[in-house]
Design a protein around this ligand. Structure first.
Ligand SMILES: NC(=O)c1ccc[n+]([C@@H]2O[C@H](COP(=O)([O-])OP(=O)(O)OC[C@H]3O[C@@H](n4cnc5c(N)ncnc54)[C@H](OP(=O)(O)O)[C@@H]3O)[C@@H](O)[C@H]2O)c1
Length: 248
């Protein structure tokens, strides 16, 4: 299986790319940080590729996906794990922040999908997009409003792609709280968060039970994705959710 993982330099995307590589897939890893990508590719197996890509740049998406398809000899699956989630109240969210969040979480997902489309059509392949419980399972979390709105848009984007290309398996992968792995595989999602704001909003997330009080083991997410990508072209799996069990 030939798989492209976008957002593979850290956190969940890195764990997914390495985990799929360990399970026998040939993986092309994409993100902006080249050294981290190279390290992750080395872990993902001898045939793994590290391909720099900035999803906010259309040409970069086309070039990177083209390089991946050329080197892998096609694409059977695309996993879009790229995402940013600035912690900021909506009243303080400026236009540049809104644009960065949408460029990265929504538009980049569509641009990489468009670039991969001919290859996914040829393989009758799968495209999976990491979304968040904060866009569908819970109300938007205070402080992560722009993020939740972008993930809701991503959820609709997945449906829109499926409507135009039903021969491809488009799947929304809703994920609960997950720290990722260790070292570079740990989530960098909260890097740069304002800790003062965090101490204000985190108790609200807890009190409203948006947070389960437990973390998802990233291996379970990798296993779920491996199963998803192994489904043949007769199956459509529009949505899966992988969330931590609440403690008793
Ligand atoms: N961790 C959680 O609890 C959780 C829960 C639900 C959903 N998710 C979703 O899971 C995904 C991964 O999250 P994570 O926790 O693993 O975060 P992370 O460690 O910050 O990973 C984000 C990845 O996105 C890449 N990225 C960011 N901007 C990019 C750009 N312009 N072009 C290309 N790549 C870019 C980063 O690489 P570079 O900076 O090197 O480009 C990195 O590889 C996100 O979509 C997130 O919304 C996470």
């Amino acid at each position: 299986m030939k798989v492209v993982v976008v957002g593979a330099s850290s956190g969940l995307g890195r764990c997914i790319a390495v985990g799929l590589g360990e399970r026998g897939a040939r993986v092309a890893l994409m993100a902006r940080r080249k050294e981290r990508l190279a390290d992750a590719a080395a872990e993902a197996g001898p045939g793994a590729l590290a391909i720099p890509c900035d999803v906010t740049d259309e040409e970069s998406c086309k070039t990177a996906i083209g390089a991946a398809a050329g080197e892998l000899g096609g694409i059977d699956a695309l996993v879009y794990a790229t995402g940013v989630g600035p912690l900021v109240r909506l009243a303080d969210t400026d236009a540049a922040t809104w644009r960065r969040v949408f460029d990265t979480n929504v538009i980049g997902a569509s641009l990489t999908t468009a670039a991969a489309l001919p290859h996914l059509v040829a393989s009758q392949g799968t495209a999976a997009y990491l979304s968040s419980i904060s866009a569908s399972h819970t109300p938007p979390w205070p402080g992560l409003g722009a993020y939740a709105v972008s993930k809701a848009a991503l959820d609709k984007l997945v449906e829109a792609w499926r409507a135009e290309h039903p021969q491809i398996g488009f799947t929304r992968v809703t994920v609960g709280d997950c720290a990722g792995g260790e070292g570079d595989a740990m989530t960098g999602f909260n890097a740069g968060w304002d800790m003062d704001l965090m101490t204000e909003v985190a108790p609200i997330w807890l009190a409203r039970e948006y947070i389960a009080g437990a973390l998802l083991e990233v291996d379970e997410l990798v296993r779920a994705l491996d199963n998803l990508l192994r489904c043949g072209p007769s199956a459509s799996i529009p949505s899966i959710a992988v969330v931590p069990r609440r403690p008793a």
